[in-house]
Ligand binder design. Sequence first.
Ligand SMILES: [Zn+2]
Ligand SMILES: [Zn+2]
Length: 148
Amino acid sequence: MQANPAAFHSEPVLPSRTVTRVFCPNGHNLLDVCYTIQGLAGIKLVFTDARGERGLLVLSPTLGCFDRLVLAGRLVDGDKISLACPECAAPLDVLGPCACASGDAGAPGELCLLYLTEAHTADEAIAVCNVVGCHRSSIRHAGEYIQA
Ligand SMILES: [Zn+2]
Ligand SMILES: [Zn+2]
């Protein structure tokens, strides 16, 4: 039997860099079709800034796209914010410290997890830094990182 020549050129299938399902730790869908970024439903999150003021922001569902909408409150580059679900106010789980340092405070940011499945596993999740302006984000599919 002849080998399929296409097999020699096949690339590994890369998982999509755009997510279509994102869940909070309690399983709420965080994608909101009312707020789109580049035509795609954005990830809506409540944030609390360093001064304790709350706001609402929408992140792009595409890895490497750092466009965002601020629906309420104010985001200042270098500020560390806490991120939570707009539905149940549950804070996002933290994967671990980010490699960045947050401006004057010098405190490292944390990589917050947005789950891609209702199973809530860090192996199927987006990790975003909670320091405004830090672009270290990644998607994990089956435990494999895709960096922005
Ligand atoms: Zn929730
Ligand atoms: Zn960071």
